[in-house]
Design a protein around this ligand. Structure first.
Ligand code: SF4
Length: 436
């Protein structure tokens, strides 16, 4: 259900049950209009709902006027230390202002920004970072960093409410994943405002994506978080957007573009799956349709667990099979497998239905059956999993229980009800652990 309250950044709703919003930040010098606009267009194409630009200098405010007018998505101005830049950014037409009330020069400066934002109908993101907590919380931070983060955020929320400004979202960011999870869980229990999630300085594309998936994924699965930004050490901001979407798609919170599934491979693999999967992934980036594509490293198990996929391939030494919705379409020489897969996808998208040639499908089914029969005794990972599922069923374990998250639109599929922690429970997972 996400947060109770909703704000709007131009035409994008955040919180109050709206779909989780994807945002990123440009990496260019904002005043470099050509470079900044090029990056904004790229992140918008990759599916960013919002974009944030740094505004540390007067010349960036100047550029902001053009950026706001030309950007295909709403623009958030990121301001630190200088409240006059925040005032000017609102005049420049920024659709949202991000500031840290703790580093902008005191409550009277925050009040001036809030007054101007109210007059312009511009929302704010107010946030705290683990690296810049107010002085009076430093001692608490040493003893209990999670409480210190939540306390700082709560104090900023109180300040904004005293200023009669309620058009904001809140962020608590830390480089520490468990602290980010614990702090945001606590914050979500305390406030009704939308929450922005992110892991500060998460790292490279590889490590940062994993940290973000663990931290943000855990919170989103709890129903905490209304907008997300993945912070990666890459100049290519669109990579952050792609990772954000993979997290939302994995949790079935939002749907965008194709979903690729691939077997983990094992000793039965009979072709260069790494190259094939990478090529398919890259070619799928051109598609906006939510088509699910499966890649199986061998035909030993038949189509098996990939039968729910819209399309798929399964390879063998010299030949492979294209299938759709669990049924063979045709077998093709190994080298043509990827091109043939995309031919079938394109044809089907054009026609609105899968095109089945009965003769070729029968030929493919026969080829597949032959391989399955020849390898009927193989204990493949899929067959072991199937045997385990059958054994569990026999013991009366319900292996077809309702999924935790139901695939529905928006953030409505996730339950915000968080398990209450008990004394012996991990502050992160809520699971009980044994003291030794
Ligand atoms: S047995 Fe399963 S995991 Fe191994 S290559 Fe075949 S499909 Fe992939």
């Amino acid at each position: 259900m996400a947060s109770k309250r909703q704000i709007w950044v131009k035409d994008v709703p955040i919180g109050g049950g709206a779909p989780v919003v994807v945002q990123t930040m440009t990496k260019t010098e904002t005043a470099n209009l050509d470079a900044t606009m090029e990056q904004i267009r790229k992140v918008a194409d990759a599916g960013s709902d919002l974009v944030r630009v740094a505004v540390p200098r007067e010349k960036d405010v100047e550029a902001l006027k053009t950026i706001v007018a030309d950007s295909p998505i709403p623009v958030i101005a990121d301001i630190h230390f200088n409240y006059t830049l925040a005032l000017k950014a609102i005049d420049a037409g920024a659709h949202c202002i991000r500031l840290n009330p703790g580093n902008i020069g005191g409550p009277d400066k925050v009040a001036q920004v809030a007054e101007k934002a109210t007059a312009a109908g511009v929302p704010m993101r107010i946030g705290v970072n683990s690296g810049s907590l107010p002085k009076h919380l430093h001692e608490l931070e040493r003893d209990n960093p999670v409480d210190a983060l939540v306390q700082a955020a709560a104090e900023f929320v109180e300040l904004m409410e005293r200023l009669d400004f309620e058009n904001f979202k809140v962020s608590i960011k830390s480089t520490n994943v468990p602290n980010t999870i614990a702090a945001n869980r606590l914050l979500a229990e305390k406030i009704e405002y939308p929450i922005h999630l992110g892991i500060t300085e998460a790292g490279t594309k590889w490590s940062g994506s994993l940290k973000s998936a663990v931290g943000l994924g855990t919170l989103l699965a709890d129903g905490v978080g209304d907008t997300i930004r993945i912070s990666l050490s890459t100049f290519h901001a669109e990579e952050e957007v792609k990772v954000a979407w993979e997290i939302l798609k994995a949790l079935q919170l939002r749907e965008r573009g194709p979903v690729l599934i691939a077997c983990p491979t094992c000793g039965r693999l009979q072709f260069d799956m790494d190259t094939v999967v990478a090529e398919i992934e890259q070619r799928l980036e051109q598609y906006t349709e939510p088509v699910e594509v499966a890649v199986l490293g061998c035909a030993v198990n038949g189509i098996g667990e990939a039968s729910h996929a819209d399309f798929g391939i399964t390879g063998a030494k010299n030949e492979g099979l294209i299938f759709a919705h669990g049924e063979p379409l045709r077998k093709v020489p190994q080298a043509q497998l990827v091109d043939a897969l995309f031919e079938e996808i394109d044809k089907s998208l054009d026609r609105g239905a899968v095109d089945v040639d009965a003769r070729k499908a029968a030929e493919g089914a026969e080829w597949l059956q032959k391989i399955e029969d020849e390898n009927a005794d193989e204990l493949t990972p899929e067959r072991i999993a199937q045997m385990e599922a059958e054994a569990a069923k026999e013991k009366g374990l319900d292996v077809t229980a309702e999924p935790f998250l139901k695939p529905v639109g928006g953030n409505g599929g996730a339950s915000r009800a968080r398990p209450k922690l008990d004394e012996d429970a991990s502050p992160v997972t809520g699971r009980r652990f044994t003291r030794t």
